[in-house]
Design a protein around this ligand. Structure first.
Ligand SMILES: Nc1nc2c(ncn2[C@@H]2O[C@H](COP(=O)(O)OP(=O)(O)OP(=O)(O)O)[C@@H](O)[C@H]2O)c(=O)[nH]1
Ligand SMILES: [Mg+2]
Length: 261
């Protein structure tokens, strides 16, 4: 596992245990030429949206501004408010789906994306679309999954209970995987399309953790990238207690399943 530290030029830093995944999976190639590089034209930004009319306009405007309107945007939407109209007005592809939970929506959104690089986000204005270029850059340097690490900078905007829970989930997953991860439940990641298509995803509320754990345990090149994290606009869709229990269960189930493979 790699993590970018502050003030680096984005070059991968080995974690303290010195583990280096590059050679093992054979993807990361810092000498890749410009011709091989993905641009925003190769990017899909996808999300589940459930009654996010307070945030959707800002989130999609940010994607538009940062990517010069070149990224495809896919919203899998179960809203009863104006979220889908606002998303369509801004050029997003909206797939309507009965609300069945976070993971059902995000899996659908990931698989609906057309482009070779797919970024997930929540539609609640918590994640920094300004950092999309950094995610794309890391994919261009060979990483298969680039995972936004909200806890690196402290995530002051995150409710205390969530921060505690997220640290506990990362500790649990690290223990079960035998590899240190800092943020297993982040909603912002970039994936090479093949990773999304090659793995069968099983979790719902715990999908975010699964999307990190399975690729890591299969030897894909995964790195965590520190990101800023803002206060949420609109109401949370996650109950911290039942949601937290579901995530812990997913982490254990998925880690054990991957160990048995
Ligand atoms: N389509 C769809 N989207 C959903 C559903 N549940 C959650 N979402 C969306 O998935 C994203 C994540 O949900 P959040 O409420 O932000 O969950 P969270 O990030 O764990 O909680 P916060 O920290 O409070 O933001 C948001 O964009 C939601 O609108 C659902 O059942 N259907
Ligand atoms: Mg959220």
């Amino acid at each position: 596992m790699k993590t970018d530290g502050p003030g680096t030029d984005g070059a991968p830093n080995a974690t303290p245990d010195g583990a280096d995944r590059d050679e093992r999976a054979g993807h990361a190639d810092p000498s890749a030429t410009d011709a091989d590089e993905y641009t925003f034209d190769d990017l899909s930004v996808v999300m589940g949206t459930y009654n996010e009319e307070e945030a959707v306009g800002t989130v999609l405007d940010d994607v538009e501004r940062v990517t010069d309107g070149r990224a495809e945007v896919v919203c899998v939407d179960g809203s009863t408010d104006r979220t889908p109209e606002i998303a369509r007005e801004r050029g997003a592809r909206v797939v309507r789906q009965e609300p069945q939970g976070y993971g059902v929506a995000v899996r659908e959104a990931l698989l609906a994306a057309d482009r070779p690089v797919v970024v997930t986000t929540d539609c609640d204005d918590t994640y920094p679309m300004e950092q999309l270029p950094e995610f794309l850059d890391a994919i261009n340097r060979g990483y298969d999954v680039v995972s936004g690490d909200r806890l690196y900078w402290g995530a002051a905007a995150m409710p205390d209970l969530n921060r505690l829970g997220n640290r506990a989930f990362a500790a649990l997953a690290s223990l079960l995987m035998g590899e240190r991860v800092r943020d297993t439940t982040t909603g912002m990641r970039a994936y090479r399309r093949e990773v999304v298509e090659d793995i069968a995803w099983t979790e719902n509320t715990g999908l975010s953790a699964e999307l990190l754990i399975r690729p890591l345990m299969r030897g894909y090149d995964v790195r965590e990238l520190p990101i800023e994290y803002d206060e949420r606009a609109g109401e949370t869709k996650l109950d911290p207690l039942t949601g937290g229990a579901a995530i812990a269960k997913s982490i254990v189930t998925v880690c054990l399943a991957e160990r048995r493979r």
